[in-house]
Design a protein around this ligand. Structure first.
Ligand code: AMP
Length: 215
């Protein structure tokens, strides 16, 4: 067993979990495995898998099949150096995925993990996502900045197609129907650390460090 910091970070879209995952990764040199970004990359490829994922994600707007997702995540984790901690952002997100995760994780020999859940009301999530812009090149996220150019690399800022109000509501519904029951299940056997996602990025970050005893 190792003493590496491993985290599962959960929360509805717009809760800021991706941003918090990046901050933690920089501070503690962790590898972030974000399944949304991972699938967006795979969907761009012309492989059979790419075409299949593109159809599910971008055409049908569904979740990718849990068995397939779990296989890909496990494979990606195996490619991360054994001495590096991991943040899972976006997986597991259904009861079935949690079941599959619990089957494979102990076999990877990466030690224990903490579960963080960043909470945000639906109204606040919809409001944030309606004003979320991302850099078309480096993926840097901006809330309420539609001035046009990325401060990091200078490229254009765009709205993600899945941030339209309708798509956001659908993803929040999926979160309520599929992920919340999983979190309840997790709470039966592990400590889920709940964080209020409504304050500023810095405040949420400090709260996470405090609750993980990392200050
Ligand atoms: P996200 O950026 O987390 O909203 O993910 C974008 C899309 O990727 C989702 O709508 C799903 O189609 C797919 N996806 C991401 N994570 C998962 C997951 N854990 N299980 C199944 N599909 C996923």
């Amino acid at each position: 067993m190792t003493n590496l910091l491993n985290l599962i970070i959960l929360g509805p879209q717009g809760s800021g979990k991706g941003t918090q995952a990046e901050l933690l990764a920089q501070k503690f040199d962790l590898a972030v495995l974000g399944t949304g970004a991972m699938f967006r990359e795979i969907a761009k490829t012309q492989s059979e898998l790419g075409k299949k994922i593109n159809q599910i994600m971008n055409v049908e707007g569904r979740l990718v099949d849990s068995e397939l997702t779990s296989e890909i995540v496990k494979d990606r984790i195996e490619r991360i150096p054994k001495g590096q901690g991991i943040i899972l952002d976006g997986f597991p997100r259904t009861m079935r995925q949690y079941e599959l995760f619990r089957e494979f994780w102990p076999r990877l020999g990466r030690g224990d993990y903490h579960i963080l859940c960043i909470e945000l009301s639906e109204a606040e999530a919809v409001k944030r996502l309606a004003t979320r812009f991302v850099c078309e090149k480096c993926g840097e996220i901006y809330i309420g900045n539609d001035s046009g150019a990325c401060k990091v690399c200078g490229r254009r800022l765009i709205q993600r197609p899945d941030d339209s109000a309708e798509a956001v509501r659908m993803r929040l519904r999926m979160f309520n129907e599929q992920t919340l029951p999983m979190i309840k299940e997790m709470e039966k056997e592990a400590r889920v650390i709940r964080i209020d996602g409504s304050p500023s990025i810095e405040e949420v970050h400090r709260e996470i460090l405090k609750k993980l005893n990392l200050t």
